[in-house]
Design a binder for this molecule. Structure first.
Ligand code: GLN
Length: 303
């Protein structure tokens, strides 16, 4: 299928939208980005690429990185990981803490911040050089060595990451963090600060639409692990807007406060969108609208 005409028409429609949402300002470095940026890239399973707008401009992937960290942990420790984090939607914002207190330090899922901190802790325990090795993992699955951390973003988040510090200390108090809080947060702030383009993100997520095999056809996850990560993206990828995303778009996916969203149709394609303005739930406002338009007009979804 030629996806170019539909991407072009979405681009045209979205570009004229006046209310583009608001950039995240709780991480000061992210507030510097213009809401005029807008790009889409689609990579199908025969590895053809379709793109429009700012699809080749790097941006902060933020929480989208949580899926890649989860994939790495799953490949390292398999189902042991579920002793420390659950797989239920939280119905709460990404940085909420009260459920963690009620549920004895077991985060609801690996895609909210507290769950991602447990995943980061497992990577810090299991990787020899956590930051270098995780970056190498992403470079390998995308076959792209130009991908890197944006250190200004990592530092900016560290300076204002009070809620993440609170979550990490709560986890520590419940005995669900093996390493030092500072060490885990340093890894987490870096993982969120990876800069990637829409095109690079479609390559990184290709394995989730390709039964666990990355673009080089190397088996990174088993089919069962891939199915499980897709299920978690569908139910938890958009925090307290996961229901809305399934309802409007109907694909597993993940958002980040940098304004990126990646979604996929297993065995068919990965699509990523970047529009930095967010809605009140912290998800890209126009990114959600673009994907809704895409699945509505093509009549493609997992349902
Ligand atoms: N780094 C961000 C944070 O921890 C990630 C949040 C997000 O993208 N939803 O607050």
């Amino acid at each position: 299928m030629n996806y170019q005409p539909i991407l072009n028409s979405i681009y045209k429609a979205i570009k004229t939208t006046k209310d583009k949402g608001k950039v995240a300002n709780y991480i000061p470095e992210l507030s510097q980005v213009s809401t005029d940026n807008f790009g889409i890239c689609l990579l199908n399973n025969t590895q053809e690429t379709f793109k429009v707008g700012d699809a080749l401009k790097p941006f902060s992937i933020q929480s989208i990185s949580k899926v890649l960290a989860l994939a790495k942990v799953f490949s390292l420790v398999d189902n042991d990981l579920w002793k420390r984090v659950d797989v239920e939607p939280s119905g709460n914002p990404f940085n909420h803490l009260s459920l963690l207190e009620h549920e004895n330090g077991i985060p609801r899922n690996p895609l909210i911040n507290s769950g991602a901190l447990v995943i980061a802790d497992i990577l810090v325990s299991n990787l020899e050089n956590p930051k270098e090795d995780f970056l190498q993992f992403i470079r390998t699955i995308t076959n792209d060595n130009s991908i890197d951390y944006n250190l200004n973003v990592a530092n900016s988040e560290r300076l204002t990451g009070y809620r993440n510090y609170a979550a990490a200390y709560l986890l520590k108090s419940f005995g669900n963090l093996e390493n030092d809080v500072e060490k885990v947060l340093d890894f987490y702030f870096h993982q969120c600060a990876i800069a990637m383009t829409c095109e690079q993100l479609t390559k990184a997520f290709f394995l989730f639409s390709n039964q666990g095999k990355c673009i080089q056809e190397k088996q990174i996850l088993s089919k069962s692990q891939t199915k499980r990560i897709n299920a978690i993206m569908l139910t938890c990828g958009f925090y307290d807007e996961a229901g809305e995303f399934a309802f409007e778009v109907g694909l597993p996916g993940k958002s980040g406060v940098g304004g990126g969203i990646v979604a996929l149709l297993p065995n068919h394609f990965v699509i990523s969108v970047w529009s930095p303005g967010l809605n009140s739930k912290g998800n890209s406002k126009l990114g959600m609208q673009a994907l809704e338009k895409f699945t509505t007009e093509t009549k493609i979804s997992i349902f």
